[in-house]
Design a protein around this ligand. Structure first.
Ligand SMILES: [Zn+2]
Ligand SMILES: [Zn+2]
Ligand SMILES: [Zn+2]
Ligand SMILES: [Zn+2]
Length: 216
């Protein structure tokens, strides 16, 4: 079984990590961005190397004449939206780096390395933890099920249990969020009522304290 703990749902829609990876693909090299990553005025990103390739292609004379002999750094079009990018005399080195994207890529790489490490059974070092013991509510390996501690237990494939529990959790979260919305709505209704009561009571107070005809 080729199940990667934590990230890859066994079937169906792509995982969050796959969606994230898709956001981090450079439109020029079609690979995950290589640092440094620059951000264009249109908010699209490019590897600085790829930005330089595009730039050199539109400004073939720039490098040979050198940056100092030109008053401007030339221009090129964003490969994603065709927005024109005007560079200063530093060329693509004058473009802002997108440190946020660079950090996300670092974290993505760490995370995908980590999630590729299969968790192995403590009893059977050769065996992956790829089944779930429903009786003991713990992941286990097939050796434990056949010969070991979970011989008598009821088990299921870990991926399907993972998927089911994840669905249960997100359903639970949705219920909580909906409950929270209702509570918030009630709170603001009550606040409205409070305000109305305050307005009315101060109106009554001013009527009561206003000029009065003396009783005697
Ligand atoms: Zn690139
Ligand atoms: Zn763009
Ligand atoms: Zn085992
Ligand atoms: Zn068990």
């Amino acid at each position: 079984m080729n199940f990667t703990l934590g990230f890859r749902p066994p079937l169906g829609e792509p995982s969050a990590m796959e969606n994230l990876a898709r956001q981090l693909v450079c439109p020029i090299c079609l690979e995950m961005f290589t640092k440094p990553v620059v951000i264009l005025p249109c908010q699209h990103n490019l590897c600085r190397k790829c930005a330089n390739d595009v730039f050199q292609a539109s400004n073939p004379l720039w490098q040979s004449r050198g940056p100092t002999s030109m008053s401007t750094g030339g221009r090129f079009r964003c490969p994603s939206c065709r927005h024109e990018v005007v560079l200063d005399r530093h060329g693509v080195y004058g473009l802002q780096r997108n440190l946020l994207v660079e950090n996300i890529i670092d974290i993505y790489k760490q995370e995908s390395n980590r999630s590729e490490q299969q968790v192995m059974c403590e009893e059977h070092e050769e065996e992956k933890l790829n089944i779930y013991c429903l009786s003991c509510e713990t992941p286990t390996c097939s050796m434990c099920k056949v010969f070991g501690a979970h011989k008598e237990c009821e088990v299921a494939p870990l991926p399907s249990v993972y998927k089911r529990q994840k669905t249960e959790l997100s359903d639970g979260i949705a219920v909580l969020v909906a409950g929270n919305d209702r509570t918030q709505a009630l709170i603001s209704q009550m606040e409205d009522i409070c305000r109305t009561i305050e307005v009315r009571s101060s109106r009554f107070a001013s009527i009561l304290n206003g000029p009065q005809v003396p009783v005697l």
